[in-house]
Every structure is written in C-alpha cells, then in structure tokens.
Ligand binder design. Structure first.
Ligand SMILES: Nc1ncnc2c1ncn2[C@@H]1O[C@H](COP(=O)(O)OP(=O)(O)OP(=O)(O)O)[C@@H](O)[C@H]1O
Ligand SMILES: [Mg+2]
Length: 237
C-alpha cells in the first residue's frame, strides 16, 4: 500500500500540465466530459505501474502507450511527456519521487533510489489492476453470473491462479483415480487371499491362525494349493 502526496502530469494524454496535491488522502476527480478525469487516472496508473490499461490489452485495437500516451503535440517527443508522483510508502516509512516518461515507461526513476522502494514498485507493476476503467467495471456488471468469477479473475490478473487451480485439480483427480484403483486391487487381493486360506475375513488373527494351525481340511487344501491347482496367486512348489 502506498499513499500519494502529489502528482505532476506533463504533456500526457489530454493534459498539458497539471500538479495535484493529494496529501496522502482519498480523492475524487469530477468534471464535465472531456475535461481530463480519465487522464488523471491514466497518469496515476502510468507512474505507479508503467502501463495505461485503457490503451493496452484485449479490444484496444492499435492503441498503444508509445503512440497515444503523450499529448498529440508531443507524439514526436515522448521523452518529454512524463508523470511524476511523490509517494509515501508506509511499510518503509519513506517518501520517494517516482518518474516515468512515455518514451520508456519501464525505466522507472526513483529519488531517492533504494532496492526496498523498487521492490514496492515492482509489486505495483505486477499488479496494475490498481486502475479499473469504466469499461472494466461495466463488463463486470454485465457479466453472466456463471462468467462473473472468471471476469473478476481476469480483472484482478488472477488468470494464472486459475491455470494453477486447473492443474492442481487435474493432479487431484489423477490421484483420486489411482487411490480408487488401489483400493479395488487391495480388496480383490483380500478376497483372493481369504479364498486361498479358506478364512472368512483377512484380519490379522484369522490369517495367523489359518497359517500357523492348519486344520486337516486346510492341509488338504494347502497341499492342493501348493501343487498349483486352485490358488489365485499360483504359488507353485
Ligand atoms: N494523447 C492525447 N493527445 C491529445 N488529447 C488527448 C489525448 N488523449 C486524450 N485526449 C483528449 O483529452 C481530453 C480529456 O480526455 P479524458 O478522457 O481524460 O476526459 P474525461 O474527463 O475522462 O471524459 P469523460 O467524462 O468522457 O470520461 C479529451 O478531449 C480527449 O480527446
Ligand atoms: Mg473518462
């Protein structure tokens, strides 16, 4: 979790130049259509995660951060279009300034730089779902109930978790059928053993008794068994 102290946007999307003092507080952006509300959200996502989800992914056609991230007047100079955010990282109790240019979104500049602060931003890059667009929210609202869980997974970039779940389910199913087969084999072996020893059940005392104190009947049976006649396991003498 991080909190934003301030956000500076320069020639980014439809915004020419803007600094917002957010002071680690929640905020709402409101205004008439086309005044740059989405631009502010895009800028925040861009500086934190290095992407603009509105311009990337499924259904975005030939939109791209490289071409459409900078203000149209700065498309030829994307290195000059940038977003800066001063953020407070509570877990480190540190304030850092992050900066990205449209030319090299993945080249995050941190001041002051440190491996710990970079790790926090790597986490944000891996989870750019910090920004949900209206389109994504509408997709979620309109999703068929059976499809909704999948859509939420996609929104939260949990598709990989679903893959892992499917794989684990396959392993569990295979293990379960091996277990069932083994139980059947064990039961069949028990029945065969009981028949061969002429006992009612293959409990340890019954097996021991039949093996150690064979009755005259048993002797005849064992003799037959040993000669390879009727024993299912076919032990031959
Ligand atoms: N790369 C760009 N270069 C120049 N202008 C742009 C760029 N990207 C967006 N704009 C323009 O910036 C303006 C603000 O767009 P934005 O989508 O941020 O407005 P908005 O307040 O979110 O609007 P809405 O209420 O319709 O969602 C629009 O006129 C848009 O066409
Ligand atoms: Mg908008």
């Amino acid at each position: 979790m991080i909190k934003v102290e301030s956000l500076t946007i320069f020639e980014f999307r439809g915004i020419r130049e803007l600094t917002l003092s957010l002071n680690r507080k929640n905020f709402a952006v409101c205004g008439p259509n086309g005044t740059g509300k989405s631009g502010v959200v895009d800028a925040l996502e861009f500086v934190l995660a290095g992407t603009i989800s509105r311009l990337t992914g499924k259904g975005r056609g030939d939109l791209s951060v490289k071409v459409h991230g900078a203000h149209v007047d700065f498309q030829e100079a994307p290195e000059k279009a940038f977003v800066e955010a001063v953020v407070w990282i509570p877990s480190l109790n540190k304030t850092v300034m992050a900066r990205r240019t449209v030319k090299a979104p993945s080249a995050l500049k941190l001041t002051p730089d440190s491996p710990e602060a970079r790790a926090v931003f790597r986490q944000l890059e891996a989870h750019p779902e910090i920004a949900l667009s209206r389109r994504e929210i509408i997709r979620f609202v309109l999703a068929e109930p059976g499809q909704r869980a999948k859509d939420v997974q996609a929104l939260l970039k949990l598709d990989e978790l679903e893959l892992l779940r499917t794989r684990l389910q396959k392993i569990a199913n295979a293990a379960e059928s091996t277990r069932k087969r083994t139980v059947t084999d064990r039961d069949t072996a028990g029945v065969d053993l009981a028949r061969a020893m002429d006992i009612a059940a293959t409990t340890e005392p019954q097996i021991l008794e039949a093996a150690n104190c064979p009755s005259s009947d048993d002797l005849g049976h064992s003799a037959k068994f040993r000669s390879g006649g009727s024993g299912p396991s076919g032990v031959r003498g």
